[in-house]
Ligand binder design. Structure first.
Ligand code: AMP
Ligand code: ZN
Length: 466
């Protein structure tokens, strides 16, 4: 069955399939790398990851593009204050963002690319708009003339008709023909980075980068465009205006927007200062898989209130899932196949798919899984679950985990566990007792190579991670 997604453009649930029947061409607005992304931002990126994985489960290939906004007012200001180029300033935040995505098991889009590597495409697009009369120059900048795009407002469902074209609103203040007009190209200012173009030096406006990058990699009509709800207006409305004005074709067939992560009823945001980065949360001792689970557990079109209790509950849920998997893998079951257990597995698979196809209803999908775990545990306790049922049950967990990806414990990338460290220290003590100092030293070096520092005290050996 085809999945159904809520399309912001039509304000309806619509059945989805890629236009060519094979590959989903999808674009996601990426982060502005003037600082670390917070877990509110990551709610949106986890949502698009869940979307990706659901599309793949339908057998479609993915061609997914994400931009990194590495030139904007805040970046320029911060870089100037730090006496750095924008590249120097943004590089560590881009790196941190990519690391955080990996930590949260958010799959990398097929293309992730910084805006500054697509200036050529942006210039071409602006030239197309200039030639077709959709822009005008004012004070060194180039503006999109919204009066030339009558469908403006169709995504955010705003009626701008009372405020039309030509009526020069407050031109002194805006130096624009219409207050809604937006810059596709910003004129140069002293000390700011600038690129030379046929229509004058300067730098791109924010909106143009997404249109140019999306169409460069995915063609003029995308299957899906995603972002957080705060981007519907004006960002996505402007993307539509400039893309469709240039091509005369629909820019994206589906627009999917995720709701916000809140803190005490307010949007988690940098400007309110009520945010946590992933790193802060991990430092507090929570695991990234709990963060992923929490962010994924609420359907993306519902607001989600972030609390540490919520994170703890997420960790508990993951434990239940892992314990269930362990029980299936390590228990001895009587030979045979229980038809009831098989029926429950099939029912769970059906309910899980139906929930995900219902506009990514992750809450219902999780509900189906936990009901299944309860039922199967009861069958196991009662002795009716058989060895022949294990395969189907594990496949059900694989199906679940292909989307949620929380069953694997966090990889400590080759790091030793506490138990392993203690065992090696025990061996070293043994070696020293038997005066095998070469072996004792070798163990110390091996531990040091893994970032474990030993301290010999009168009470014995203490150790810590570097
Ligand atoms: P930015 O780096 O500000 O451009 O934001 C990157 C993405 O995070 C955008 O898609 C935003 O809509 C999204 N976003 C920002 N704050 C939140 C929040 N509190 N909850 C969910 N998504 C958010
Ligand atoms: Zn964008």
């Amino acid at each position: 069955m085809a999945p159904r997604f809520y399309n912001t453009l039509s304000q309806r649930l619509e059945e989805f399939a890629p236009a060519d029947g094979k590959t989903v061409r999808m674009y996601t607005c990426g982060p502005t790398v003037y600082s670390y992304a917070h877990i509110g931002n990551f709610r949106t990126f986890v949502f698009q990851d869940i979307l990706r994985r659901t599309l793949r489960a339908h057998g479609w290939a993915l061609n997914h593009v994400m931009n990194i906004t590495d030139v904007d007012d805040r970046i320029i200001q911060n870089a100037t204050e730090a006496r750095q180029t924008i590249q120097e300033y943004t590089a560590p935040f881009t790196k941190a963002f990519l690391e955080d995505l990996a930590t949260l098991r958010v799959e990398r889009p097929e293309t992730i690319s910084p805006a500054t590597e697509h200036i050529g495409e942006m210039v071409e697009l602006i030239e197309r708009l200039n030639e077709s009369g959709h822009t005008y120059k004012s004070d060194g900048s180039v503006y999109f003339r919204i009066a030339t795009f009558p469908e403006y407002g169709k995504l955010s469902h705003t009626n701008f008709s009372g405020n039309v074209a030509g009526a020069r609103i407050d031109t002194d203040k805006y130096e624009k023909e219409d207050a809604r007009d937006f810059a596709v190209w910003k004129g140069p200012k002293p000390g700011e980075p600038a690129w030379d173009t046929p229509f004058g030096a300067g730098r791109p406006g924010w909106h143009i980068e997404c249109s140019a990058m999306a169409m460069r990699h995915l063609g003029e009509t995308l299957d899906i465009h995603t972002g957080g709800v705060d981007l519907v207006f004006p960002h996505h409305e402007n993307e539509i205006a400039q893309s469709e004005a240039a091509t005369g074709k629909p820019f994206a067939r589906f627009w999917l927007h995720s709701e916000h992560l809140l803190v005490e009823g307010q949007k988690m945001s940098k400007s309110l200062g009520n945010f946590f980065t992933l790193r802060e949360i991990v430092e507090k001792g929570y695991t990234p898989d709990a963060v992923r689970y929490l962010l994924a557990s609420a359907p993306y079109r519902k607001q989600l209130n972030f609390t540490f209790d919520g994170l703890k509950a997420a960790a508990t849920s993951i434990e239940r899932l892992r314990n269930f998997e362990l029980r299936l893998k390590t228990s001895r079951f009587a030979e045979g196949l229980d038809p009831e257990a098989e029926a429950r597995t099939a029912a769970c698979a059906g309910a899980f798919d139906a929930a995900m196809d219902d506009d990514l209803n992750t809450a219902d999908a999780l509900g189906a899984i936990f009901e299944y775990i309860r039922d199967i545990n009861t069958l196991i306790d009662g002795g009716s679950f058989r060895s022949g049922n294990v395969k189907g049950a594990l496949e059900m967990l694989r199906k679940f985990d292909a989307i949620f990806d929380v069953l694997r414990p966090p990889a400590q990338e080759g790091a030793l566990t506490d138990e392993q460290v203690n065992a090696l220290i025990g061996q070293r003590n043994q070696a020293r007792k038997s005066r095998d100092f070469a072996r004792a030293d070798a163990i110390r070096h091996e531990l040091a190579a893994q970032g474990i520092v030993l301290e010999d005290t009168k009470d014995g050996v203490r150790w810590k991670r570097k």
